[in-house]
Design a protein around this ligand. Structure first.
Ligand SMILES: Cc1cc2nc3c(=O)[nH]c(=O)nc-3n(C[C@H](O)[C@H](O)[C@H](O)COP(=O)(O)OP(=O)(O)OC[C@H]3O[C@@H](n4cnc5c(N)ncnc54)[C@H](O)[C@@H]3O)c2cc1C
Length: 398
């Protein structure tokens, strides 16, 4: 057995021995975007703490800030085992996957020491304040203001769709510091803002599924220390774009772990085995088989593309192509997959969570609705398609 194989076996054994009870007596959310009750949050935060203490999170992050200082391959193995064994996800997704890597890439020593370990241990939950009621895709239109006043900035305005907003201690925040800048990009600045100061209020937003995963965040003369500014005033747009490369998976450096526990192609195949079409198992229908094979091909293609993207010699001609298209491919694949699952179920597909007769406790329609989340959050599919068209394929803007 090689060293890596031995490590894989050790991780699998630890996960099996330490995973929390799969049925804690309340419904578990599918991803960090649906964590809406204290029970859910505490269950997931405890789990993240245990994973971190076992040394299985941030394994490739520098040791001096709380990481493991090991080669990335170890974290890749942990991530793969977590997905294979379907252990719960770790909830501090924004901290682990975009704020953390960003701070490690461009933060000061003080910022790295202050934030990184507590992101890994889930002591500090992070959220993201980019979208506003009047600016989502058009992020540069952000109008929340940050006005310097001595050693503080005074924040006014509102952010919306703030995932984990109700539990976060810090927000990565894009705000306008200079309304008279030569262009709207130059007027923006980036903050690592505390959420627990007077004048910041969060109001939960109920999703289509009835779950509460995000908030609207209001700033009313909220004062944050001037030291929260990341980089310099006016650098907000550049830093926000760098954040999005982590969020959309175009840049590596994430701490690892799972960000969700949604069902996958294997579950849909199993559904097709159980479901009936014209009195026979649905999986015997050639049209159903054809669709399932297409989904399997896409899933396998995605996995192999991910592996290929990590080998520079294979992607030297278009290094950005796979990472930039990954979010678009992956999220649209899931949305179509659940739509297909519901079509297999016929009228039973509308049986919702709590219905005693619902297949898998009614999780299918919930997964279908939630599958739209990732096609919107972090940039909509239309916007992603524009990015791939313009920046990868070199198509004209119009
Ligand atoms: C589950 C979920 C979680 C989220 N979490 C967060 C979070 O934590 N923090 C945060 O800041 N935001 C978050 N968001 C917000 C998300 O980033 C925005 O919803 C998204 O960027 C789209 O912005 P919008 O909703 O204002 O839609 P709009 O920008 O108004 O878009 C409306 C429609 O127009 C299309 N469109 C817009 N511009 C173009 C264009 N140039 N070309 C083609 N089509 C276009 C869009 O694709 C969309 O279909 C979350 C969203 C969801 C659904």
């Amino acid at each position: 057995m090689t060293e890596l194989e031995a490590f894989r076996a050790e991780v699998a054994a630890w996960l099996e021995d330490n995973r929390p009870p799969p049925d804690p007596g309340f419904l578990l959310p599918e991803s960090f975007m649906e964590v809406g009750t204290d029970d859910q949050f505490n269950y997931l935060r405890d789990w993240q703490q245990r994973v971190f203490e076992a040394g299985y999170l941030g394994m490739a992050w520098p040791k001096e800030y709380g990481g493991g200082g090991q080669p990335q391959v170890y974290q890749d193995i942990v991530n793969a085992e977590m997905a294979r064994l379907q252990v719960p996800f770790v909830p501090n997704t924004i901290g682990l996957n975009w704020a953390g890597p960003l701070i490690l890439a461009i933060g000061t020593e003080a910022e790295k020491h202050k934030y990184i370990r507590r992101i890994l241990s889930a002591e500090d939950i992070w959220c993201q304040g980019f979208s506003e009621p009047n600016s989502g895709s058009d992020l540069a239109a952000a109008s929340t203001t940050a006005v310097r006043d001595g050693d503080e900035y005074v924040l006014n305005g509102s952010k919306i769709w703030t995932s984990l907003g109700g539990y976060a201690k810090y927000m990565i925040l894009l705000a306008k510091t200079n309304p008279d800048a030569e262009n709207r990009y130059a007027g923006l600045s980036y903050f690592l803002a505390p959420m627990d100061v007077p004048g910041i209020e969060v109001q939960p937003i109920r999703k289509l599924t009835g779950e509460y995963g995000f908030t609207q965040t209001f700033f009313t003369d909220a004062r944050v220390p001037a030291s929260c500014l990341m980089g310099k005033e006016g650098e907000g747009w550049r830093i926000a774009m760098q954040t999005l490369t982590f969020e959309r998976g175009a840049t590596g450096g994430q701490a690892g772990g799972l960000a969700g526990n949604a069902m996958g192609v294997a579950d849909v195949i199993e559904l097709a085995r159980r479901g009936k079409r014209d009195g026979k198992p649905a999986i015997e229908d050639p049209l159903v088989r054809d669709r399932l094979v297409q989904f399997l091909i896409e899933e396998q293609g995605d996995r192999l593309c991910g592996a290929r993207a990590r080998i520079p010699a294979l992607v030297s001609e278009r290094p950005a192509a796979i990472p930039m298209s990954g979010k678009l491919r992956g999220t649209e694949h899931r949305r179509r997959l659940f739509q297909f699952a519901l079509s297999l179920m016929g009228a039973n597909g509308i049986r919702w969570v709590g219905d005693a007769h619902a297949d898998r406790g009614g999780l299918w329609p919930r997964s279908y609705f939630n599958a739209f989340s990732a096609t919107i959050g972090g940039g909509t599919s239309q916007v992603q398609a524009n990015i791939v068209g313009e920046r990868v394929l070199g198509l004209p803007k119009d």
